[in-house]
Every structure is written in C-alpha cells, then in structure tokens.
Write a protein that binds this ligand. Structure first.
Ligand code: ATP
Length: 266
C-alpha cells in the first residue's frame, strides 16, 4: 500500500512525460481529476463531477504499471495505491472490511486517486482463495464503487491483463465505465519510448526511425530489454578491451532482430 500527499518527498517522480504513447489514457486521467481541480467553475457549469472510474487493460509489458506510477507524479492531489493481494485475509469478512477501509481512506483524503494495479486478483482462477470469498470481495468492491457515485472526488483506476476474467458488472455506469486498451506501442509511441530509453546512454549514430521499423510488435518492456541487453554487451566489450565502447546502432539492431516479442499470445 502506497499513500502520497501532494508534497510528499517520497512521491514517485515519474510523470506522463516518461510514458510513451497512451495519449487517450493520459487525457482521460486529466479530464477526471487534474482539470477538475484546475477549472472547478467550468466543471460546475458543465455539470461534470470530479473522479469516477477508469479500467486499463491490455497485454503485459505495455506500461500499465509505469503509467500508474506516473499518475502519482502528475496529479496534484492525494494518491493511494493498493495491491489487492495485500488485503486478502482468510478470516471471514476481513478482506471486505480491509477493502472498505481503503475506500474510506480515499474518501477521507479526497480529492484522491485510488489505484488497483492487480484487478487480475479478482479472477475466478485464483489459487488459495475460495470462490465464495472471491464473490464476497467482488460484491464489496462493486458496492464501494457505487458509494463513490455522488461527487466524492475520488478517481479509481484499475488495471488488468485479463479483462475477460473481470465480472461485467464492473463496467456498469458509475463504476469502471471508461475502459481503455493499452496496446502494444504503435510507430509513434515506439519513437517516443525509444527516445526515452536512449536518453543518458552512450549511443553512437542512433537512428530512431530505423529502430522503430525493426521493432514492430514489440512492447515497451521488449524495447527496454533491447536497450538493456545492448548496453550489457557494449559494457562487456568495454571491460574486455579496457576502453569505452559505445552502444552502436548495429548492436541495437542485432539485439532487436534476435528478440522475439513476448506478447503474441495475448
Ligand atoms: P504487467 O501487466 O506485466 O505489469 P505492464 O503493462 O504493467 O505489464 P510495465 O511493467 O509498466 O508493463 O512495463 C515494463 C517496463 O517496460 C516499464 O517499466 C518501462 O521501462 C517499459 N515500458 C513499457 N511501456 C512503456 C511505455 N509506454 N513508455 C515507456 N516505457 C515503457
């Protein structure tokens, strides 16, 4: 569980600028929690409330966790992030009470963003958790979301890799009614991610468009792997030759070509 007030010195410094692509999601988050705090009169005039629910879904490695961290660096209000796996308690009723407490904390600290990075934990195939327990937790979660319907100024963001395993009741109006697909980065998003990954690294003759072309289907995590692996190989050469060896474009391309993107089965 992570809780930050706006001025917290430990607050994540990651911001939306560190996340390639996801323009739609970034704007949705601004619309639901950042702009309302900046333009309260406009929101009043248009009859729009602060907060609500956003569901983020998509294959692993495309930056869901990263963008949720960036929300902490971006929003000018309290931030509470909770792993559902942390609140599971075998004692009857405790898990629901824990969840209620979390929503209470968010409400008491409104305006607040409440983040659940692992809604997958609500899927039916969980080991060690009885189906009835899971059902109770799902019901409690739905109940808590309904309780936020009036203008309680809490934005709940949930992320999952398995949207099909989530009870469709979560998608009803007033709950996670905004669902955003975080997909493998397109060419423009890969351009941004590659530029971010290349920053502060000893890379010679970097040619972003060529690298973008060579990495179709790669997730952000795959791109990061290419840069990490190329850096490791150049570093190894530097150690063995005793002189600085830059990360060359050829090396990056070779590493990229030898790498099979990881998400094809999603
Ligand atoms: P999982 O569902 O497995 O948690 P995820 O979608 O949350 O996957 P992340 O863990 O956020 O993916 O991504 C892994 C790493 O890949 C990030 O820490 C980051 O370094 C890099 N990465 C992924 N997507 C992006 C992106 N859009 N912009 C910049 N970096 C990215």
């Amino acid at each position: 569980e992570t809780f930050f007030t706006p001025g917290d010195p430990n607050r994540f410094e990651t911001t939306f600028a560190d996340v390639g692509g996801m323009d739609e999601l970034k704007e949705e988050i601004r619309l639901k929690i950042i702009y309302p705090l900046q333009y309260p009169d406009l929101y009043k005039a248009y009859g729009r409330r602060t907060g609500g629910g956003i569901l983020i879904y998509g294959p692993p490695g495309c930056g869901k966790t990263l963008v949720l961290r960036a929300v902490a660096g971006e929003v000018p209000c309290n931030y509470l992030s909770v792993g559902l796996h942390e609140i599971f308690d075998p004692y009857f009723g405790s898990t629901e009470r824990n969840l209620h407490q979390i929503f209470e904390t968010a409400r008491a600290n409104a305006p607040c963003v409440l983040v659940f990075d692992d809604l997958d934990s609500l899927a039916q195939d969980r080991r060690n958790v009885r189906e009835s327990q899971l059902r109770n937790l799902v019901n409690q979660f739905l109940h808590e979301l309904d309780g936020l319907r009036e203008n309680q100024r809490v934005l709940v963001i949930g992320a999952t890799n398995q949207p099909w395993a989530l009870d469709p009741a979560f998608r009803r109006p007033g709950r996670f009614d905004q669902a955003i697909f975080v997909q493998p980065p397109d060419a423009l998003a890969r351009t941004q991610i590659i530029s971010l990954l290349a920053k502060d690294k000893p890379i010679s003759n970097l040619d972003v468009p060529t690298l973008v072309d060579a990495t179709g289907g790669f997730s952000g995590a795959d791109l990061k792997w290419v840069f990490d692996r190329a850096a490791e190989l150049a570093l190894s050469a530097a150690i063995h030759t005793g002189q600085p060896v830059p990360i060359t474009m050829e090396l990056l391309l070779n590493v990229a070509r030898s790498h099979a993107p990881t998400m094809n089965s999603w």
